[in-house]
Design a protein around this ligand. Structure first.
Ligand SMILES: [Ca+2]
Length: 544
């Protein structure tokens, strides 16, 4: 019989879909010569690696005799009529439906009871694929009459893909669906139709059922999310509900229990399936050309391109979030774009608000996209790691585009002498009053006591007034005193002198001049003078 879906047809010698047929199918999807920038893995027969089960098989548990309907059609010449046995030795297990040979699966005939109209076959593809088409070939019986093709992601909830009925009126009465006349057509990406096209009695043997899930639907040319969802499946179920019978036998079988009918009639009626092919591919969202078997997980895994990652190339790789992830379409590759982190971060995330405000710089220096760098290194900060953290600065000679290995340098401002941790691009800190130096590590002119204590960060800085202020010791505030004068401001007489402000030398003996001397230093006298001399610098004690 002439079937319209020529491009689906696998070769007769093999149940696998040949590479040529993949190409034919893909070309029919993409349209030859169109600019094809998205990537799709090849379509192959998913049934080859599936697990299949059925809830009934002929000869199990009891051996039975069956006869081929084709040998019992009135008016046909019978060549070699015979009724073989189906038993433990010549059973037709369901595995035969996906074994790639001409061996077939066969159900118990309805001689065993009416219940054998209802048989369920389940395929587990072991992971979720996108299914493009399903081809079922009958063996030594007509194709099934009423049945439902179903799919499931979890093996629990099944949804119908298509209904098949003996007649158009059966579509309405059995499945409550307006029949689609003639060869199946589809008006939407998710339309579930009912057709009698593939339930016709002829051919009596080796009939085929071609079910397209993608081709012929509006979204086939540029896969829509709806169509992708509709065609996604891990489990495929064939729910057989009524065996196709000769019209002459119909009345007999519908009135009587098959077990009461002459076995010559009832043992002609059973299901047989020679092959189930499931054309499909890995779901890689248009971002992979292949999906080889992962030896660890024993599942097929997309070889993601376009800077995409994840089991199904369903996200952008770390560091490639300048634009939001999108599936590749036939017209757009939708490659994930690297964030511009100036080589200071390995990852980023996409932020729509940042994108809307134009706050993210892409790799070409254009404010396009919403990439925000994560965990900027080398003391950098900012959407693009373009700034320095507080307390760090970028030397003026380093351009905005920081070279690899060149981050921000610490300001190293002395905290107690600085207004803030930050500094200018020359590394100069902002000092508090009375403090000076690039790092705020010394006193301004006219100030003293700016002794830096790196352990406690405490020090004082007291303005020095008077003529000598500009010449006093930066740390101690000690003014240079003439002979005979003493004190920080030379405002009293030195030991051994008397009569401030004249300060004349005393005329005393040696013992009395050393009366205030100690082993460690010299204690001063008078108000505000509890400081000690150590070495050549003057320090205030903590209590000062
Ligand atoms: Ca087979």
């Amino acid at each position: 019989s002439a079937l319209p879906e020529k491009s689906f047809q696998p070769s007769r010698t093999s149940c696998r879909v040949s590479p040529d047929e993949h190409t034919a199918w893909l070309t029919s999807v993409s349209g030859s010569g169109s600019g094809w920038v998205s990537l799709f893995p090849a379509i192959f027969n998913l049934a080859n690696n599936a697990e299949i089960s059925s809830n009934a098989t002929c000869g199990d548990p009891e051996p039975e005799v069956y006869c081929k309907l084709v040998e019992h059609v009135p008016g046909r010449r019978i060549k070699n009529p015979h009724c073989p046995r189906c038993d433990a030795n010549s059973r037709h297990p369901i595995i035969n439906a996906i074994d790639g040979t001409n061996q077939w699966w066969q159900s118990p005939s309805i001689k065993n009871g009416r219940q054998f109209h209802w048989i369920t076959i389940t395929l587990d593809l072991n992971q979720i694929f996108q299914v493009a088409y399903i081809i079922i070939k009958a063996a030594n019986s007509p194709r099934p009459g009423n049945w439902i093709l179903e799919r499931s992601l979890d093996g629990v909830t099944f949804d119908p893909w298509q209904y098949y009925a003996i007649s158009d009126s059966e579509c309405l009465h059995r499945y409550n669906i307006t029949p689609r006349f003639g060869p199946p057509t589809y008006r939407s990406d998710t339309e579930v139709i009912c057709t009698s096209y593939y339930s016709r009695l002829n051919p009596l043997e080796h009939g085929e059922i071609h079910t397209s899930l993608i081709n012929g639907r509006p979204g086939a040319d540029d896969l829509t999310p709806d169509l992708l969802n509709f065609t996604s499946a891990r489990f495929i179920r064939v729910r057989l509900q009524r065996i196709r019978t000769l019209n002459a036998d119909l009345m007999t079988l519908s009135v009587h229990d098959p077990r009461d009918v002459d076995p010559i009639v009832t043992r002609r009626y059973y299901y047989s399936i020679k092959d189930i092919s499931v054309g499909g591919m890995c779901i890689c969202y248009g971002h992979a050309q292949s999906c080889p078997l992962d030896p660890v997980t024993k599942k097929l895994k997309c070889v993601c391109e376009h800077n995409t990652c994840g089991e199904n190339c369903n996200e952008c790789c770390p560091g490639y979030h300048q634009l939001p992830w999108q599936p590749g379409t036939l017209s757009e590759g939708n490659t994930c774009e690297k964030c511009n982190c100036h080589n200071k971060a390995s990852d980023c995330f996409y932020n729509q608000t940042i994108s809307d405000l134009g706050l993210s710089l892409n790799r070409h220096g254009v404010r396009r996209g919403g990439g925000v760098c994560i965990d900027c290194q080398q003391n950098t900060i900012g959407t693009n790691c373009e700034s320095c953290r507080d307390g760090y600065y970028r030397p003026a000679e380093v351009l905005v585009v920081l070279r690899p290995g060149r981050g921000c340098l610490p300001c190293s401002c002395i905290q107690s002498g600085s207004v803030s941790e930050s500094c200018d691009q020359d590394g100069r800190c902002h000092c508090t009053e009375g403090v000076a130096g690039d790092k705020c590590d010394r006193c301004s002119r006219g100030y003293y006591g700016c002794k830096v204590n790196s352990n406690t960060h405490t020090h004082t800085h007291t303005p020095v007034t008077g003529d000598s202020a500009s010449r006093c010791h930066l740390l101690s505030g000690q003014c240079p005193c003439r002979d005979g004068f003493s004190g920080r401001s030379c405002d009293r007489c030195a030991p051994g002198y008397y009569g401030y402000p004249a300060c004349s030398a005393c005329d005393c003996d040696l013992e009395s001049r050393q009366v205030n001397a100690t082993a460690e230093g010299v204690l001063g006298t008078g108000p505000g003078s509890d400081w000690v001399l150590i070495g050549s610098d003057w320090f205030f004690s903590d209590s000062d």
